[in-house]
Design a binder for this molecule. Structure first.
Ligand code: TRP
Ligand code: ZN
Length: 902
């Protein structure tokens, strides 16, 4: 597959290209076994670069012909490069024509041109275009594209590419053609084509500016009925970007196409977004509320790339977060604005922070830690990470906070004025935001702020408060530190915005007045920590305050503060900041979990269970108060009453025994289930839906809380021997009017290990055997089951032999293998190491088919060095076994090499 050992690419080695490609004229004769690609380019030397050979990149191509200005020329092939040395002198453009063939039907990597269920698709980001034709396949080379597609009309009636359809018609032998022209220059990673039997939902819209556009969502014929939500989401995205940022759709036609074989979520190809079906298709019978929300957010994300990514793109792949961090920030804001009410916005914020802390914080503390703008990579596909996306979005969010909402909109405007049509860097973005807000703290500390782009690792902010009752003075000292990460032993101080407020003991917000200020201002402010430490003196504080720190999670840091339980209970009951209110509950439960894990007097029985109450009464009462609260939203209650995940708990420990973490968390869950039984029953009754299904924030929050209640009631039933709730749950499963309720009921039965789980699973499979996305849920639920501790692996192995399991399909592989290895720590980390053996086998099996997907799975053991024995040694051995394989892809090799170096 790949020859030799690839070496790392260094950010500081960046040099502009030696040649520019101004235009590309591509002709495709599409055939699954052998597709012919004629590539006619206008090329010219970059006069700013030293004279040198033209080195075009190509992978797995059969080269048939190279012509320069219509005549044959000498060339060499060196590895992946086609080297042309005898080119015309001077800066004048010349014509370069290259004819190659490739084999889309054999392309299991899903990068380049491939076939999925008889339809052709492309995926070119990051480096897939070179698998279609020889090219300067790098994002700073932007060209005008014209594309001619030719194929059998019966087999491929629909022929799509970027931009506008300029011509189409019949050819001989039952073939037809379509010619597309993209009015905008673009880098090669945004090229796309689709050809096959597809149908479209269409929508004509008129923008605020009065322009008409045609929107299309293309799917397989049977799926048209599931495209309404995606189309609505697209229309909402277009309206939102115009309203919030003044950014309009710059194309006459905007297309979304769905494929069931896709390595990631979706791709922002100019005017022709290609999506994983998971993020397009939805009906109330087949998709959950979470699916509906994800579709809205991913459709938004890809649409927003049209400006942040496509109109202004990345100079090189080290700048990936320039488009991804910014676009995630934009899709998060879009979802919040769509959710509407302040509490629904807070729920979305909590969900986003939860992703950051359970996935990105571990990444930032592990062997794959890298800055938001990395300095080095072996395989760029390994750097589409939660750090680039989610932490990158937090870095943009901090800029937003430091310049304010209006200031940020001004900054975006300046960014596009300066850089439209260019390939730029993260520095260019931050500079534009700062320059548009010269008096802001961002502009004041810009160089230091940019350490968020260059330094990896999660900073800790320690807060120490001291109250002087006589002087009415509260002193708060904030200090920061950041642990070493691979290649970065010492960190310099970050610019950390800390939003904060003070509450009195009764939970009332106190007006804030700092030393030297004449009067008290509002009850919340953002202080900016730039030094290692900062001391704030609050005056006229009449009683011992409870500090509410890092409100709204104003920076991606760990906040350490020695809260008493009483203080946390006060915050949980009263904080005006919904995020911190949730956070107080999480801190209380996390504290209990960590103490119990360390407490050797708390022991597990023969069944691995802890039969002991661990939560103090006051905390149970507080949780009951939240659950029964007359004003709080159901969605918020569901978040508060959900315990921190096993992986988040594990991250807080220096040494992790995954079985112990699992046992303690399960004990906490069981106690919440048993001690709040009557309250859960109340919550279930109280949150039944009435009326037609709608996936809006309020109704989905109600279903989420009802679903949690059902899960808790089934869990309690297992302990008490009650048969009423499992029976009710099975009944609900059978008659549910939507997938959210149905799946929550199924999950409650499976996770509580009730015998009704088996008939329910069988019934579910029979009902949905023809719907791939629903079958994915069916597989994932079983592989992710927290019940049956040691028995999940045999079940997973049996699932791999199921006739509906196909390892070449990434969604299906993820639903079984990843759900077990990455999302089910209690079942995966076995004392007999069988989980690790399974993991190593699957990594190798996948690597031969699809290195991108294999490398994601390889990361499941990133945190091996934190494991306690016997897990640690066994995990390391499994990684070493993978690393010892001779012809690994660069993708997997980079991951396991870094892991072993930890
Ligand atoms: N740019 C895409 C996004 O975030 C990500 C993506 C889609 C991708 N497919 C890919 C990245 C394949 C690498 C490889 O919206
Ligand atoms: Zn993106």
């Amino acid at each position: 597959m790949k020859e030799g050992q690839a070496k790392a690419i260094e950010r500081l080695d960046y040099a502009p290209p030696a040649f520019w490609i101004d235009s590309v004229d591509l002709t495709f004769d599409l055939d699954p076994a052998k597709t012919r690609v004629l590539n006619k380019m206008q090329v010219r030397r970059n006069s700013a670069a030293a004279p040198q050979a033209l080195r075009l990149l190509g992978q797995e191509l059969n080269l048939a012909r190279v012509l320069v200005n219509g005549a044959g020329t000498s060339f060499k092939i060196e590895g992946d490069e086609l080297v042309l040395e005898n080119l015309p002198e001077g800066d004048a453009p010349f014509a370069l024509e290259i004819f190659t063939t490739c084999a889309p039907a054999k392309n299991t990597q899903l990068s380049g041109l491939y076939v999925s269920q008889g339809t052709f698709f492309t995926q070119c980001e990051a480096e897939g275009f070179r698998r279609i034709t020889y090219f300067l396949d790098r994002p700073d080379v932007m060209a005008s594209y014209q594309v001619l597609l030719r194929a059998s009309k019966a087999d491929y009636p629909v022929l799509l590419s970027n931009g506008n359809l300029v011509e189409s018609g019949e050819l001989d032998d039952g073939r037809h053609f379509a010619r597309w022209q993209d009015p905008h220059k673009k880098p090669s990673y945004l090229f796309a084509l689709v050809a096959g039997k597809l149908v479209a939902r269409e929508q004509q819209i008129t923008s605020r500016a009065g322009n008409k556009h045609l929107l299309q969502v293309w799917v397989r014929p049977g799926d048209l009925g599931k495209t309404e939500h995606a189309m609505n989401s697209l229309m909402a995205s277009i309206a939102w970007d115009e309203a919030r940022f003044g950014l309009t759709l710059d194309l006459e036609r905007f297309m979304i196409v769905a494929t069931s074989d896709f390595n990631m979520g979706a791709m922002e190809n100019k005017g022709l977004n290609i999506f994983n079906t998971k993020y397009v298709l939805a009906s109330e019978a087949t998709a959950t509320d979470t699916d509906f929300a994800n579709i809205e957010s991913v459709v938004g994300h890809e649409y927003f790339h049209n400006w942040t990514g496509n109109r202004v793109t990345c100079r090189d792949w080290f700048q990936l977060s320039l488009k991804e961090g910014l676009t995630v920030f934009r899709d998060q804001e879009f979802s919040q604005d769509m959710a509407g009410s302040p509490s629904a916005r807070a729920v979305k914020r909590i969900e986003d922070v939860r992703v950051l802390r359970t996935a990105q914080f571990p990444e930032d503390a592990g062997p794959m830690a890298h800055p938001v703008r990395p300095d080095s990579y072996v395989e760029i596909n390994n750097f589409y990470t939660v750090t680039i996306y989610e932490k990158g979005a937090e870095v943009v969010r901090m800029q937003h906070r430091l310049v304010g909402r209006e200031g940020f909109a001004r900054g975006m405007k300046l960014y596009f004025e300066r850089h439209d049509g260019q390939a730029v860097t993260c520095d260019d973005f931050a500079q534009a935001i700062a320059d548009a807000n010269p008096a802001s703290p961002l502009a004041l500390h810009l160089e230091q702020f940019k350490r968020w782009y260059s330094q990896a690792g999660t900073p800790h902010v320690k807060a120490v408060g001291q109250y002087d009752a006589d002087a009415g003075r509260y002193t708060l000292t904030l200090s920061q530190s950041c642990a070493a990460t691979p290649g970065q032993p010492n960190k310099l101080p970050f610019v950390i915005p800390v939003a904060l407020g003070l509450l009195d003991a009764q939970g009332k917000a106190l007006p804030l007045q700092l030393d030297g200020e004449a009067t008290a201002g509002s009850t919340e402010r953002t202080v900016v920590l730039t030094e290692e430490s900062l001391t704030l003196g609050f005056v006229n504080v009449t009683s011992q305050p409870v500090p509410s720190l890092l409100r709204g999670f104003s920076a991606p840091v760990v906040l350490d503060h020695d809260y008493s339980d009483t203080e946390l209970l006060t915050l949980l009951a009263h904080d005006g900041d919904a995020f911190n209110r949730w956070e107080a509950g999480q801190r209380l439960m996390l504290r209990i979990a960590i103490n119990a894990i360390a407490d050797s007097t708390i022991t597990e029985g023969a069944n691995g269970q802890i039969d002991q109450n661990l939560l103090p009464d006051a905390l149970v009462q507080a949780m009951r108060a939240v659950l029964r609260h007359p004003q709080l939203d159901a969605a918020f209650k569901e978040l508060v009453l959900t315990l921190p995940s096993e992986s988040y708990i594990a991250e807080q420990l220096t040494q992790v025994d995954p079985q112990r973490v699992h046992a303690v968390r399960e004990a906490l869950r069981l106690q919440l289930a048993l001690s709040l039984q009557a309250d859960w029953a109340w919550a279930w009754d109280e949150h039944q839906a009435s009326g037609a299904y709608r996936p809006d924030a309020t109704s989905s929050g109600r279903r989420a809380l009802a679903g949690l209640a059902l899960a808790m009631l089934c869990l309690a039933a297992r302990a008490t021997g009650d048969e009423v709730w499992p029976g009710k749950t099975y009944q609900r499963f059978k008659i549910a009017a939507n997938m959210t309720d149905r799946f929550n009921a199924l999950s409650a039965l499976v996770m509580s290990g009730h015998e009704l789980a088996q008939p329910a699973l069988a019934r579910f499979h029979a009902l949905f055997k023809d719907d791939a996305l629903v079958l994915d849920k069916w597989f994932a639920l079983q592989a992710g089951s927290t019940d049956r501790g040691g028995n999940v692996l045999p079940a997973v192995k049996a699932l791999l032999k199921h006739p509906d399991f196909h390892i070449k399909n990434p969604n299906r592989a993820r639903s079984v293998i990843f759900s077990y290895c990455s999302a089910n720590p209690g079942a995966f980390h076995r004392r007999d190491a069988a989980g690790y053996v399974f993991w190593a086998e699957r990594v190798l099996e996948l690597d031969a088919l699809n290195p991108q997907v294999a490398a994601r799975l390889a990361r499941a053991l990133d945190r091996w060095s934190k494991l306690a024995e016997p897990y640690r040694t066994a995990a390391r051995e499994a990684i070493a076994r993978v690393a010892a394989k001779a012809d690994l892809s660069n993708d997997v090799r980079e991951v396991v090499t870094r892991a072993l170096a930890d």
